[in-house]
Design a protein. Structure first.
Length: 245
């Protein structure tokens, strides 16, 4: 296969995956608790060094490819709604959700409601967990303190079950704004955080940045597509000349 075909095709695949990643970020820009994904680009020669455990390789091939994606856990901005069912976190802790799929998941999405049985839940995802299990309220008259303590009529109902994830830690997404993490653990005693009732944490998407990266990736995709088309035309013309000779 001619090298120019591979180079151009590789560039198209790379930038298409970048476009897909950025497009997903922009589509979830208004999703409560969403954390942006960043595509991690690697090069073939660096990967070969890693695998073969040697400091030098022959040749100069260094094509780029999308190795994986990284979820940016930076906190998003707050939108104050004054609804008692909207809850945000200032700090590096996460709510625990008992998913309807049977798994416990973490989220920063505090857009809650009561289910048909009176339990505090996250729309169709699962029930909010407290330190004593699923939280039963029955009515909308409740108060959540800054430390996560839930009271009704002056009586303590439960305290939100919270988990800590290092801001530089690795998570696996489930859906748009829930996570599973092997690095999650109890909240450190010296960690400062605040639970804010009546507010939602929006996504940490920077529209201007995402759009600029998207336009650049789109231009590079189109440039590689043009190179591929040009290489194909040159190849066809060369074959025609060879046949005439």
């Amino acid at each position: 296969m001619n090298r120019e075909f591979y180079y151009a095709s590789n560039g198209m695949f790379l930038n298409q995956r970048l476009i897909d990643c950025i497009g997903n970020n922009l589509a979830n820009a208004s999703t409560a608790g969403y954390k942006r994904d960043t595509a991690v680009i690697n090069t073939f020669d660096e990967q070969m060094i890693l695998v073969k455990h040697r400091s030098r390789i022959s040749g100069t091939f260094s094509q780029r490819y999308i190795d994986t994606s990284y979820t940016d856990l930076e906190q998003g901005f707050f939108e104050y709604t004054e609804s008692p069912f909207d809850v945000a976190i200032n700090g590096d802790v996460y709510f625990n959700i008992q998913g309807y799929n049977g798994n416990v998941m973490l989220t920063r999405n505090g857009n809650w409601e009561l289910d048909d049985e009176g339990y505090l839940c996250l729309n169709n995802s699962g029930r909010i967990l407290g330190e004593n299990g699923e939280i039963y309220l029955g009515t909308k008259d409740f108060v959540i303190d800054v430390d996560g303590t839930i009271t009704q009529n002056g009586q303590v109902v439960d305290r939100l079950l919270l988990s800590y994830i290092d801001p530089e830690g690795d998570v696996t997404k489930f859906g748009a704004n829930m996570f599973t993490s092997v690095e999650a653990g109890p909240v450190p005693e010296d960690l400062r955080f605040d639970i804010v009732q009546g507010a939602l944490e929006r996504s940490n998407i920077d529209w201007n940045y995402e759009l600029s990266v998207l336009m650049n990736a789109n231009r590079l995709y189109e440039a590689n597509a043009s190179i591929l088309k040009l290489a194909d035309n040159i190849n066809q013309n060369s074959n025609s000349l060879c046949k005439k000779v």
